[in-house]
Design a binder for this molecule. Structure first.
Ligand SMILES: C[S@@+](CC[C@H](N)C(=O)[O-])C[C@H]1O[C@@H](n2cnc3c(N)ncnc32)[C@H](O)[C@@H]1O
Length: 201
């Protein structure tokens, strides 16, 4: 892990410790609920899953769902929440960096039919974003759905997550199906929900 990533992980760890996590609402966003109602039940991957709210929601609906996050205290909370919800058999959580997921290819849940990222990818450097997309392409099934929520302001990389940027970043592995732009309620940043589909190979 790079020094920058170590520092970022420490910052998130500290925020989860202090509960300074305005994004952690314990509510699954309506965009994910709508997808879960539309898609056939399958296997799901949540990249940067935080305290696991969405993995637990999907596991409760019969999905086999797996979340990864590099903040160990967020993953500990996610596991506790899954036990309390009685879904620990279908909800797996791992402490891991989303830019290094080769080990996950051996998971019984892979290839995933649905993947999501709510607020993680947009803070990676341009190089990390490319590594993330290449891995996601290997970890997802043909025609898998990928839902992305990203701020349209520059974070670590020099790029903002506009529809044009997202389309180019994920090509040729994923096609951009829709973009719903708005304003993030916790930060006030312009942001968007994107839905992409993995190519059929
Ligand atoms: C804004 S929070 C969103 C968390 C969760 N998706 C939610 O909606 O509650 C971003 C999350 O991404 C995680 N994260 C950021 N960079 C990461 C990386 N390189 N690898 C794994 N997790 C990362 C953070 O620890 C944090 O939990």
């Amino acid at each position: 892990m790079s020094d920058t990533n170590r520092f970022k992980r420490l910052r998130f760890w500290w925020r989860y410790l202090r509960r300074n996590t305005p994004w952690d609402t314990n509510r699954t966003p309506p965009e994910i609920v709508a997808l879960a109602e539309r898609l056939p039940v399958g296997t799901a991957l949540d990249l940067g899953c935080g305290t696991g709210t969405n993995v637990i929601y999907l596991a409760g609906r019969g999905w086999r769902a797996l979340g990864v996050d590099f903040a160990p205290n967020a993953i500990a909370m996610a596991r506790r929440k899954a036990r309390r919800a009685g879904v620990e058999a279908f909800a797996q959580f791992y402490v891991a960096d989303v830019t290094r997921l080769a080990w996950l290819e051996a998971s019984v849940y892979a290839p995933f039919t649905f993947a999501m990222d709510i607020g993680c990818l947009h803070a990676l450097s341009a190089e990390e974003q490319r590594a993330y997309v290449a891995q996601l392409a290997r970890l997802t099934a043909p025609e898998a759905t990928y839902a992305l929520y990203a701020h349209q302001r520059r974070h670590q990389s020099e790029f903002a997550f506009t529809p044009e940027y997202v389309r180019a970043l994920f090509a040729p592995h994923f096609a951009l199906l829709s973009a719903a732009e708005g304003v993030d309620s916790s930060s006030g940043y312009r942001s968007a929900w994107y839905e992409l589909r993995r190519s059929a190979r």
